[in-house]
Design a protein around this ligand. Sequence first.
Ligand SMILES: *[C@@H]1O[C@H](CO)[C@@H](O)[C@H](O)[C@H]1NC(C)=O
Ligand SMILES: *[C@@H]1O[C@H](CO)[C@@H](O)[C@H](O)[C@H]1NC(C)=O
Ligand SMILES: *[C@@H]1O[C@H](CO)[C@@H](O)[C@H](O)[C@H]1NC(C)=O
Ligand SMILES: *[C@@H]1O[C@H](CO)[C@@H](O)[C@H](O)[C@H]1NC(C)=O
Ligand SMILES: *[C@@H]1O[C@H](CO)[C@@H](O)[C@H](O)[C@H]1NC(C)=O
Ligand SMILES: *[C@@H]1O[C@H](CO)[C@@H](O)[C@H](O)[C@H]1NC(C)=O
Ligand SMILES: *[C@@H]1O[C@H](CO)[C@@H](O)[C@H](O)[C@H]1NC(C)=O
Ligand SMILES: *[C@@H]1O[C@H](CO)[C@@H](O)[C@H](O)[C@H]1NC(C)=O
Length: 410
Amino acid sequence: MLRRHAGVVSALWLLSLITKVTSSTLGVRASGVCTLTASGSDDAPAFLEAAADPSCLTVTIPAGTTLSIQSKLNMTGTSNKHLNVEGTIKFNPDIDYWADNAFSFDFQDQIAFWLLGGKNIIMDGGGTIDGSGQAWYDAFAKDSSTLRPILLTIFQATNVTVQNIHMINGPEWINFVNEGQDITFRNINISAVSTSKNDAKNTDGWDIFRSDNVVIADSNINNGDDCVSFKPNATNMLVSNLSCNGSHGISVGSLGQYAGEYDIVQNVLATNVRMSNAQNGARIKAWAGKGVGAGLVKNITFDGFVESNVDNPVVIDQCYMTSADDCAKYPSNTYIQDVWFTNITGTSSGKEKATVASLSCSPDGRCTDVNVDDISVTPPSKYGAAEFTCQNVELGGDAASLFGTCKTTG
Ligand SMILES: *[C@@H]1O[C@H](CO)[C@@H](O)[C@H](O)[C@H]1NC(C)=O
Ligand SMILES: *[C@@H]1O[C@H](CO)[C@@H](O)[C@H](O)[C@H]1NC(C)=O
Ligand SMILES: *[C@@H]1O[C@H](CO)[C@@H](O)[C@H](O)[C@H]1NC(C)=O
Ligand SMILES: *[C@@H]1O[C@H](CO)[C@@H](O)[C@H](O)[C@H]1NC(C)=O
Ligand SMILES: *[C@@H]1O[C@H](CO)[C@@H](O)[C@H](O)[C@H]1NC(C)=O
Ligand SMILES: *[C@@H]1O[C@H](CO)[C@@H](O)[C@H](O)[C@H]1NC(C)=O
Ligand SMILES: *[C@@H]1O[C@H](CO)[C@@H](O)[C@H](O)[C@H]1NC(C)=O
Ligand SMILES: *[C@@H]1O[C@H](CO)[C@@H](O)[C@H](O)[C@H]1NC(C)=O
């Protein structure tokens, strides 16, 4: 239910509670604050109405209020809006409804609960977006064709800030930025953890696609897939001051998968990242093999990573999902240039025994200007001294000697 009121007319607001005065009779007050209450049924229509109403400059979900979202939220074309989420926005886990009605993207067959787009939008308030993911974690374990909605999709947007928000129980990806520019996330706590034996799979913290100038900062992520992933055409990206736990790392790619497409990831800085209990730390992955796509990964810096119990702390894989023979025959068409791994410290898990860094490029000079400086990562002591491996690349930087002469293939 939607109530529009001025901050000062609290008596009227109280009256509205008692008499259930509706938005249409209460009208709009000068302050432009519209407050939502839980209706006991689907709260999506009232939320949509408030977001679409230009006189609701601020849409407040008060602390203690949980909106039940039982139908999809198309908030594209929103402008000059403050979504003040002090309470909770909770998506109803009706798996069949969402399978049939969620927004869908061709890109990796994704579906979404909520599209937020337009311009000049702030969402904050210290509240929670809850995806009720457990139902999907369990359904997906039984049937891996189950479609699982992305929690929040920033779609076709310019100048959006999302800050001081908890995002919990996302069924799949938590944040997707698709065709956006000037998008900032700060102070976000993400938790996607299963309470059953079925893992919370593919719960990427952020996936960035066809977007420019995105900042992801000062956040804590506890999830079961990439902490942040830069997908095709992510440019001018800043990741800073994140604590990622249980994830698959900060990942560029995978890129160059689809024939006929050209994928660019350029100007990325990921700095001051704590990466714990993860599959990867800092990673770049690009496809090779017959019939794949092409692309360019250029000017990528991973700086100031403190890793703890990470399977693969430092990774380039330019033969992603490709056998060594195929990679030799069909090297990656996604070229990798101007990469810095700087100040990376901590421990590996021992999953790769003594190996703590693996920089593996396609043959035929597809990686150039790859630099390693101040790398100090140790495996569990039972595996002895750390090993650093490389292939088809000439490394620069003060840690290059740790890698020795790189293997050449092809
Ligand atoms: C969302 O709503 C806008 C109009 O408000 C419409 O143009 C657009 O097609 C809708 N998007 C989707 C994916 O349904
Ligand atoms: C971005 O949006 C915010 C919040 O709506 C607004 O205050 C700011 O002026 C906008 N910035 C630009 C460059 O339009
Ligand atoms: C956010 O997460 C961090 C680390 O998990 C935790 O210490 C902090 O209390 C959380 N913040 C809130 C407001 O819950
Ligand atoms: C890093 O982010 C945390 C919130 O997760 C914040 O409390 C802290 O001040 C930030 N540190 C810096 C250096 O900005
Ligand atoms: C971090 O992740 C590990 C492995 O997934 C998990 O066991 C642990 O509980 C997580 N720690 C926190 C503080 O959530
Ligand atoms: C990425 O951008 C380039 C250059 O603008 C364009 O040619 C290409 O089609 C884009 N790729 C994708 C996947 O959007
Ligand atoms: C490389 O990327 C960084 C970080 O995004 C950016 O500040 C810098 O200007 C870029 N360098 C070039 C030569 O474009
Ligand atoms: C290395 O990274 C750590 C963690 O981000 C940071 O505290 C430290 O100052 C960095 N060291 C240098 C020399 O930049």
